[in-house]
Design a protein around this ligand. Structure first.
Ligand SMILES: [Zn+2]
Length: 496
């Protein structure tokens, strides 16, 4: 079993925001808190419960900068531990894999004359901010019909000790851990905004819990049940290895979309990972629309990494974001175009700056939830049994096109941009690393107004080039109004 193959499944259990946040920012926040006038002596925090007002750093919806603002923490049972209906904190948790064992941190607050509680140290600020955002994200889950997935109270580990290189502990990162169904924050040591104060990062990690419960849990369970264990490069069904890497990437991309939807800030990740502001922004340049990692790209990258050992595994851990980001940008573009319908560069810039209405966001969040159901249905076990060579790359774009046939999902501009993603998968690309000639079929796509339901739908037909190649095929295969790239590929692919 190759190292890459063995580690792929292990990696499924943990998904991270990769490197995040803040001593400098925290110091500034604390200075602000302590300078806040009118503080009264500490009250007995054990007796404070119910809905409690606290002062936390919150992102301003217009400037995206963080400033101190009042937040209501709902369902608090003990303010001394900032524990309540929504969240329970554990300080530097220990315990076996899959469990979080430890005590709660002790919070320190002052109460001002208006009854607002002011955090007096970093850990209390951290707990208050995380509680507030997770509470909002769980309420959002309720709105999206995902309440059965939410574990209340959600467990959060703070100051988590994760062994790193050279006998030291890792810092500046955040994880969702599927085994213990908890969110873990590592200590901070950077000057950027701490990950645990970044509302977008908290939303990103929270999405990983949704993806785990909707999709990955089923994938892992089925591989355990089959006794097949993790996929390897020598597997009879290598498509599953590539599909697992793609799933990890899509998990990151959709998580970034969740972070944007919650904060309305396309650059929320850059606030904490300043070195990644360009690579992780959700604003898409006009010349990047459509570009994403196709099946051939993923096959080549994974194939190369499999020959590099440990280095290859690290490479794939970065590569998954290259898979994910185009998905995040695609969804944000679609949501932004709900009410702005133009396509030139200036208009795109305007779209990038304008706040997106809540209803538009909710519509595309709901589309993501249906997409997760689609992925769960197409679990790897099922693919292995019924369609052993089917690749999932490109599936989100195909899914949106198929969905548009059922309900008025797309306006004209959205449809035109979607086509760019579908067309990109049709680019002829030659041979792959495994010696297979993967000439991708040329299907041509057009947008058609559907008077039936008032939206636009994607229709496709084989290109002339492919028609010549496939001349022996019967005419009834042509002009299918269905976007099913895998079917088109089957005809010309020389891969076993
Ligand atoms: Zn992540």
């Amino acid at each position: 079993m190759s190292i890459v193959g063995r580690r792929l499944t292990t990696k499924l259990y943990q998904a991270s925001a990769q490197k995040l946040c803040v001593l400098g920012a925290l110091a500034a926040i604390l200075t602000g808190l302590l300078a806040f006038s009118g503080c009264q002596p500490k009250s007995s925090l054990e007796t404070v419960s119910g809905d409690v007002q606290v002062l936390i750093p919150k992102p301003d919806s217009s400037t995206k900068k963080y400033h101190l603002d009042i937040a209501t923490l709902k369902g608090i049972k003990s303010l001394k531990e900032v524990r309540g209906e929504y969240v329970q904190f554990i300080y530097s948790p220990g315990g076996a894999e899959g469990t979080l064992v430890g005590g709660a941190p002790r919070a320190r607050f002052s109460r001002n004359e208006k009854g607002v509680f002011l955090p007096l140290d970093l850990i209390t600020t951290q707990m208050s901010a995380i509680y507030y955002h997770l509470q909002n994200l769980m309420d959002l889950n309720d709105l999206l019909g995902l309440n059965s997935l939410t574990r209340k109270p959600f467990q959060v580990g703070l100051e988590v000790k994760k062994p790193g290189l050279n006998n030291s502990f890792e810092r500046n990162n955040a994880f969702y851990d599927g085994l213990s169904d908890s969110m873990l924050f590592l200590p901070n040591s950077t000057q950027d905004l701490a990950l645990y104060l970044n509302a977008g990062v908290i939303a990103h990690e929270f999405f990983h819990s949704i993806f785990f419960k909707k999709v990955l849990g089923a994938v892992i369970q089925s591989s355990v049940k089959n006794g097949s264990g993790p996929r390897t490069m020598n597997d009879d069904h290598p498509a599953n290895v590539f599909n697992l890497v793609w799933l990890r990437g899509v998990n990151e991309g959709l998580a970034d979309f969740w972070g944007w939807a919650y904060t309305d800030d396309p650059d929320f990740m850059g606030l904490s990972l300043s070195q990644e502001i360009e690579s992780r922004t959700l604003n898409v340049r006009s010349d990047e629309i459509g570009v994403h990692q196709r099946q051939i790209d993923i096959r080549n990258q994974v194939g190369w990494a499999a020959r590099q050992g440990q280095r290859g595994e690290r490479y794939i851990s970065d590569f998954i974001y290259t898979i994910g980001t185009p998905h995040a940008r695609f969804l944000k573009l679609m949501a932004s175009l709900e009410e702005v319908g133009s396509s030139d560069e200036e208009q795109l810039k305007k779209v990038a700056r304008s706040p997106v209405p809540a209803a538009a966001k909710q519509k595309w969040l709901e589309i993501v939830v249906s997409f997760l159901d689609d992925l769960a249905r197409e679990s790897l076990a099922k693919l292995e049994k019924e369609k052993p060579n089917e690749f999932l790359a490109g599936r989100l774009f195909q899914f949106v096109a198929q969905r548009a046939e059922l309900s008025p999902v797309l306006n004209q501009k959205q449809c035109e941009y979607l086509i760019k993603y579908l067309e990109y998968d049709q680019t002829p690309i030659g041979t792959d690393d495994f010696g297979g000639a993967v000439a991708v079929a040329g299907r041509e796509f057009t947008c058609q107004k559907s008077d039936e339901h008032g939206g636009f739908i994607v229709t496709s037909k084989m290109s002339e080039r492919l028609q010549n190649h496939e001349a022996h095929r019967s005419k009834e295969n042509l002009d299918k109004p269905v976007v099913d790239e895998s079917k088109a590929i089957e005809g010309v692919r020389g891969v076993k």
